[in-house]
Design a protein around this ligand. Structure first.
Ligand SMILES: [Zn+2]
Ligand SMILES: [Zn+2]
Length: 188
């Protein structure tokens, strides 16, 4: 039982880290750090993600260090806590990627997309949590948008139909703004 609790606390610890990494480092443009450089690139181009090898190195360093420290402090219980932390981190990476690449099918999936894309498109100082709104709620940065306005040129592929318009089932949740590019005239 204690191991399960340690695992869950470790997972919860990741969600808090996810929040503060994003809020504290990701959006600190004036004090550049490798994380903010990557994160601001992700904001400038919503299809850009930091290279996987950088994430693997960061995970090995952070996971290895915290795992060792927690093991020395708490023994096997500490190992379960760090395992929960790393598993939740990987879950976050998968969820974040899916938010950008695939349409949401479940209630959670649709919520997570609106929550995160509102952060991307409208209010980068709000909704820093990606997997959970808990910490945004705790630290007063949570906003639940009605309709998320999406600049047309930054729309994600899953939002659009073959004509480049919003899929009809998304019109309650998103609104495309900005002019549509005129179709190129074919030259004779
Ligand atoms: Zn994102
Ligand atoms: Zn951000």
């Amino acid at each position: 039982m204690i191991y399960a609790i340690a695992f869950l606390l470790g997972a919860l610890g990741w969600t808090l880290t996810e929040y503060w990494l994003h809020r504290g480092w990701g959006h600190r443009g004036e004090a550049k750090n490798p994380f903010s450089t990557e994160h601001l690139a992700h904001h400038a181009d919503v299809s850009y993600f930091a290279p996987t090898y950088k994430k693997v190195i960061a995970t090995a360093l952070v996971g290895g260090t915290t795992g060792t420290v927690l093991f020395l402090l708490l023994g096997i219980t500490g190992l379960f806590a760090s395992l929960g932390f790393v598993v939740m981190y990987v879950t976050y990476e998968v969820i974040h990627r899916l938010l950008h690449t695939h349409a949401g099918r479940t209630r959670y999936g649709r919520w997570a997309r609106r929550h995160h894309l509102y952060h991307h498109y409208r209010r980068p100082q709000l909704n820093h949590g990606v997997t959970t709104p808990i910490w945004d709620f705790v630290f007063g940065t949570l906003e639940v948008p009605d309709t998320v306005k999406v600049p047309r040129r930054m729309a994600l592929a899953w939002m659009l139909d073959d004509d480049g318009e919003l899929h009809p089932e998304l019109t309650d949740e998103y609104l495309l703004i900005g002019k549509k590019k005129n179709d190129l005239q074919e030259s004779p």
